[in-house]
Design a protein. Structure first.
Length: 302
């Protein structure tokens, strides 16, 4: 019998993207799969639309915006309680190849040392251009990056599993044993860096992490370089520091990170051309540093 797979799709005011994602999941060739939709108190009619279009899928309404971490943790707990052998996190703004689950499970069944796997992730708007072929952590610099970002797919990653430092939370599958041993996502992050920190925990618990290049999905994220919103910048700044703290990063990582932040703040302060455009970002940088130093984590408080 096939191992039981549960896919967690988290929604927050993303009705149309979520419905498109769920439609693609209806065409999966893997038989023993259950989709759990977790809604973080959407106000766009998502709950009603999802129930009407997919009455057989499990839908959990959390009643509050619990962030990426809190919402997914509720889904993970439900999946484990219901006996899932593998639990997958899948962004609601993705569409998937029909066999993407088959290929992930096949790789993990073939190599029991693999505890966390992910598919090749392409841009939805540029279907042959890679967004993520897994992730890499530079511990000397205290930075993370997506492998293969913006590269055209020319089979450069082959077909065999490739070991990586982390798998994007956009599409991350882990075995039951890993979730039980490494624990759930850390709610302190709320959003951003949470899956990277969790992957470090999984690796340190003795499990390998791998990209499965033959498994494919497409992500509705812009191919152009995006200027982060002040809110996103806040989480990325605060949580980068939290990530370094929780993973016990060395002096080099901290020195480089603080240097980067200081240089950024100086440029936005001393260069007149940045005063207007970067004013909100500068304030968020200061707020992120303050909240980190005071131990204020979770959602950004308005």
């Amino acid at each position: 019998m096939q191992p039981a797979v549960s896919i967690i799709v988290l929604n927050y005011n993303g009705r149309e993207d979520t419905l498109a994602c769920l439609r693609s999941l209806e065409h999966l060739t893997y038989a023993n799969v259950k989709v759990i939709v977790v809604d973080n108190a959407s106000s766009d009619g998502s709950v009603e639309a999802i129930r009407a279009a997919h009455p057989r899928m499990t839908l959990i309404d959390t009643g509050a915006n619990l962030g990426f971490t809190g919402g997914n943790n509720i889904g993970i707990r439900r999946a484990l309680d219901e006996g899932a052998d593998y639990v997958m996190l899948l962004n609601n703004d993705t569409v998937v190849a029909p066999d993407f689950v088959d290929l992930l499970v096949e790789a993990m069944q073939h190599d029991p040392t693999l505890g966390v796997v992910g598919p090749m992730i392409y841009y939805y708007s540029a279907p042959d251009t890679i967004w993520s072929a897994g992730g890499e952590i530079d511990w000397k610099q205290g930075t993370t990056r997506m492998i293969g970002l913006n590269e055209p797919d020319q089979s450069q990653f082959g077909l065999s599993p490739r070991l990586v430092d982390f798998i994007s939370g956009c599409a991350l599958m882990a075995s039951r044993a890993v979730w039980e041993k490494a624990g759930l996502l850390d709610d302190k992050f709320f959003m951003y860096y949470e899956e990277t920190e969790w992957c470090v925990r999984a690796g340190r618990a003795g499990y390998k992490l791998a990209l499965i290049p033959s498994s494919m999905i497409w992500h509705k994220i812009s191919i152009e370089a995006r200027a982060a919103s002040p809110r996103t910048f806040y989480y990325m700044t605060r949580n980068r520091l939290l990530f370094l703290n929780k993973t016990g990063a060395g002096y080099g990582s901290w020195a480089r990170t603080l240097f980067d932040l200081a240089r950024m703040f100086s440029a936005w302060t001393l260069r007149p051309k940045w005063w207007g455009a970067r004013g909100p970002m500068r304030m968020m940088l200061l707020r992120a540093l303050r909240d980190y130093s005071l131990g204020r984590f979770g959602p950004l408080m308005v």
